[in-house]
Design a protein around this ligand. Structure first.
Ligand code: TRP
Ligand code: SF4
Length: 407
């Protein structure tokens, strides 16, 4: 089954980040930069997963608020644009909690216990007691975060793919349990008529092509047809999407992962850049400090003296060249390293310049927000209002499907 046909809105994208405080170059190149591109191509919702921070950090919530503001200032500094995307704080949209609760009714415990991060994290964070209800529910809360907006795509890194996968399974189960109306076929046929003359004919043809010969292209085209029809009600669109595949209403469409191509961003010690390794360069760090850090950055250990040739493949600095440098600069560095024609400091020079320029522009844009917390608050509060409009639509359908409509 192609996922395309089941999307409520292919044009919608959703993603979240836990509030870890000030971001570093690894976060920027691994996720944020991608969000910044996406905001101009899709209808984007980006949020701070503050409840998720509590699942592992419930014992000390003192930093959540400041971490949230600092992270959002980094988002804005890096170029997330409040007029191009919707930014908000998860806990300011209580519908996330309601959907989490309702989905918990249909989620088998075994599904949650089998998510790889459940056992991995418990082992990695041994000093914490993660045998909590909230921690087991982490992926389900994430599913609720996602399904609440019925996005087509969820841009995440490799480490989050399993969470999007369980989200798809939960959506499928939900639609299976609640998408079956007694008079589904009847209502679907009426919805086809409401599509209007040509569109109705085309829909019927495409549906037939898909159902009789499994023509995936027909499915995609039919989905696009529904997408583009402004006359349809949400309920009818769900019916017609479901009717394509003959199942039932797609109340919660299954989203696809938009896998972020993550360049390897090495930290100063050569390991992956990560806050817990204390090897980061912050997005808003003082340029002097950045220069100092990069000058001291680990190189190929075999190059003890300036006259020793080095191997770029064994040098974390060269990995940074892959992120920042043109192919000419990379070739210059690689050749100079292997022939001992250049020293490590020389090799780092263009990189230092590139990182400093990048950070300077982020710092400049962030400054107005650093000095004006109210501006940040109002962006987040407008974001929450907008997010809630979409969230309310979904919840109306979900409540009705689960017998809680109370008309
Ligand atoms: N679990 C994600 C992370 O640790 C953050 C997150 C929470 C998220 N909810 C989400 C990401 C929904 C994408 C979609 O990075
Ligand atoms: Fe690394 Fe460049 Fe030094 Fe070679 S010359 S070891 S690539 S820093």
């Amino acid at each position: 089954m192609t996922a395309l046909a089941t999307h409520a809105s292919n044009a919608r994208v959703l993603s979240g980040m836990r509030p870890t405080g000030q971001l570093h170059l690894g976060n920027y190149h691994g996720a944020l930069k991608n969000w910044i591109d996406l905001q101009y191509q899709y209808e984007c919702y980006f949020f701070v997963a503050d409840w998720h921070a509590l699942t592992t950090g419930y014992d000390d919530p003192s930093a959540i608020e400041e971490n949230t503001y600092q992270m959002v200032i980094d988002w804005l500094g890096a170029g997330l644009n409040p007029s191009a995307c919707t930014m908000f704080i998860q806990s300011r949209v209580p519908e996330h909690a309601e959907l989490h609760l309702l989905l918990s009714m249909i989620t088998p415990l075994g599904w949650l216990e089998r998510v790889p991060s459940y056992k991995d994290q418990q082992e990695q964070l041994k000093e914490k007691d993660l045998a909590t209800y909230g921690f087991l529910g982490y992926p389900l809360l994430q599913s609720a975060d996602i399904l609440l907006y019925r996005p087509g795509y969820v841009p995440v890194g490799e480490d989050q793919v399993a969470h999007v996968e369980i989200t798809r399974e939960i959506a499928r189960r939900f639609n299976h349990l609640y998408g079956r109306e007694t008079d589904f076929a009847d209502k679907a046929e009426k919805a086809v008529k409401r599509l209007g003359g040509k569109s109705a004919e085309l829909y019927k043809e495409l549906r037939k092509a898909y159902q009789e010969s499994g023509d995936a292209d027909a499915l995609t085209r039919a989905a696009a047809l529904l997408e583009g029809n402004a006359r349809l009600t949400v309920a009818d669109r769900e019916r017609l999407q479901g009717y394509l595949e003959g199942t039932g209403r797609m109340i919660l469409p299954e989203p696809d992962v938009l896998l972020t191509a993550t360049p390897k961003v090495p930290g100063l010690d050569g390991r992956k850049m990560s806050k817990s390794y204390h090897n980061t360069i912050g997005l808003r760090e003082e340029p002097d400090q950045v220069v100092k850090k990069l000058k001291a950055m680990q190189t190929d250990p075999a190059r003890a003296r300036r006259t020793d040739p080095g191997d770029p493949a064994k040098c974390p600095v060269f990995d940074l060249h892959r992120v920042y440098s043109s192919s000419e600069t990379r070739e210059w560095a690689s050749a100079g390293c292997q022939s001992a024609g250049i020293g490590c400091l020389e090799c780092k020079k263009p990189l230092i310049d590139a990182v400093v320029v990048e950070i300077e522009s982020i710092r400049a844009r962030a400054r107005e927000y650093e000095e004006n917390r109210d501006a940040v608050r109002s962006i987040l509060s407008e974001g929450a209002d907008k997010a809630r409009e979409t969230a309310r639509d979904t919840m109306a359908d979900v409540r009705a499907a689960m017998g809680l409509e109370y008309r």
